[in-house]
Design a protein around this ligand. Structure first.
Ligand code: SAJ
Length: 441
């Protein structure tokens, strides 16, 4: 009887769901993935640097809105999901998944320091029979050029002793329809065996797995997806600037253009793009291509236009006050919504916060209300706390701005009590037209 190969042995553990899975990073990507894997029987340990989060998980408590709290509690009670700050559990892991943040540095360059730090820990514990995958969004080449060399230092052979793949996360925070298990999963392996093992593992819980030719292809697919969104949002934001000049309603234009049943996808203008992906990922691509003596004019321009949208809205606010013979300086401006998009509790790169900073920089007295975001830091010296949304506070403001159109806002109360109302999200639309001069961007 031929000895079972390392790959066959690992596939057997994966297919029987007896493999030990370690997820590094229990954020909006890692925790849903950990719960999905635990739900089908894998034993999952999460490595998380935030000690508070570790305590919450081990107490069976959820902190990610997209995760089913009851499922998480059940898994921790059954001992199939636990969390730790230590990397020691890596030696027993059969599958290791990296889901760590990939932000930008101060001067907008890719920051993959967390990927490197975690890779070094994996390299310390690497043994024969392990699958390592990276899910964090990064520039094409990261897996092959950064991760692989660290892991090869052990003398183990990739594709024979251990397996390495890149499989981008595609979580859409707050999306009720598409969850981890029903979003197609792209997988790119360093070798054919890596691809086979990677596809097999993800296929245990995800309905559709799409194998591609390399990790770089898989990395490029992800940055392309988000750059596609950034460029198309920039297009409608520039359309917003044009319609403003021509006295046309950009919302009417994009909505009616969307009635064409083919050849167009509807994007909406707004105060800019926020979150940890759309304003960030295009920089990963434009930074990497410089290595090939290429400069991406379209993508760089799109990023600039999306930034300009925040200044466009701030200017609208200033003009609205001006029309009432009020200066922006010392005017009280109430910003509704600080999160980067509707119904999420995340303010990273939020355009609403950017607008607050611009207005505060011009001397306005800025206050905000957001039930999801208790406080925002505009600068080291200026930290704002969310105020209650009352008729008095709305009436007290010289200008009220809908910067993030949360579903929970009482728009009737807002329209009936705001003196000047600037709607940066078309939240009011035509529902309460005529009640009051609503300045749509
Ligand atoms: N935005 C617009 N106009 C639009 C769409 C979005 O101004 O037509 C703004 C939003 O208000 C927000 C920003 O752009 O400030 C980003 O919105 P988003 O929903 O595209 O971004 P994320 O980061 O919440 O989620 C995206 C995913 N979204 C969708 O596909 C709908 C997806 O691109 C990725 O799976 C995810 O980023 C990620 O993690 O990469």
């Amino acid at each position: 009887m031929l000895p079972v190969s390392v790959k066959e042995e690992l596939l057997r553990k994966i297919e029987s769901h007896h493999a030990n899975v370690v997820v590094i990073g229990l954020g909006y990507v890692g925790l849903p993935l950990a719960v999905e894997k635990g739900n089908v029987g894998f034993n999952v340990i999460g490595i998380e640097k935030n000690e508070e989060r570790v305590k919450l998980i081990n107490a069976g408590m959820n902190y990610i809105p997209d995760v089913n709290g009851e499922e998480l509690r059940k898994l921790t009670l059954e001992g199939r999901l636990s969390a730790t700050c230590s990397f020691d559990c890596l030696k027993k892991a059969d599958v290791i998944i990296m889901c760590v943040p990939t932000p930008l540095t101060e001067n907008r360059d890719p920051d993959i320091s967390q990927i490197v730090l975690v890779t070094e820990q994996i390299a310390k514990h690497l043994r024969s029979g392990q699958l390592v995958t990276l899910e964090s969004t990064t520039y094409p080449g990261t897996t092959q050029e950064v991760i692989l060399p660290h892991l090869l230092k052990n003398g183990l052979k990739v594709g024979e002793d251990f397996f390495l793949a890149y499989s981008p996360e595609r979580v859409d925070p707050g999306n009720k329809r598409f969850k981890t298990k029903n979003i197609a999963k792209i997988v790119g392996g360093v070798t054919p065996a890596c691809l086979e093992v990677g596809c097999n593992f993800y296929g245990q819980t995800i309905q559709q797995v799409v194998g591609v030719s390399s990790p770089a292809a898989s990395e490029m697919i992800k940055v392309f997806e988000n750059t596609y969104r950034a460029v198309n949002i920039a297009l409608v934001n520039e359309l917003m600037f044009i319609c403003d000049k021509m006295g046309l309603d950009v919302w009417e234009i994009v909505k009616a253009a969307g009635t064409k049943p083919f050849g167009i996808q509807t994007f909406y203008p707004g105060p800019g793009v926020g979150g940890h992906c759309i304003p960030v990922d295009p920089y990963y691509l434009t930074w990497k291509v410089k290595e090939y003596d290429f400069y991406s004019n379209l993508i760089e321009l799109a990023v600039q236009i999306n930034i300009k949208a925040s200044y466009f809205v701030a200017n609208k606010i200033s003009k609205a006050l001006n029309q009432q013979k009020k200066s922006l300086y010392e005017s009280r401006v109430l910003i509704l919504g600080a999160a980067y998009k509707r119904d999420v509790d995340d303010a990273r790169e939020s355009p609403a916060v950017k607008i607050m900073s611009i207005l505060a920089g011009e001397g306005a007295k800025v206050v905000y209300h957001d039930p999801y975001i208790p406080e925002v830091e505009l600068s080291r010296k200026l930290i704002l706390k969310s105020i209650d949304l009352t008729a008095e506070e709305i009436a007290r403001a010289d200008c009220v701005v809908i910067a993030t159109d949360h579903s929970c806002f009482d728009y009737e109360l807002i329209v009936n009590n705001a003196d000047i109302l600037v709607d940066a999200r078309n939240a009011i639309g035509d529902t309460m037209k005529g009640r009051r001069e609503i300045i749509k961007i």
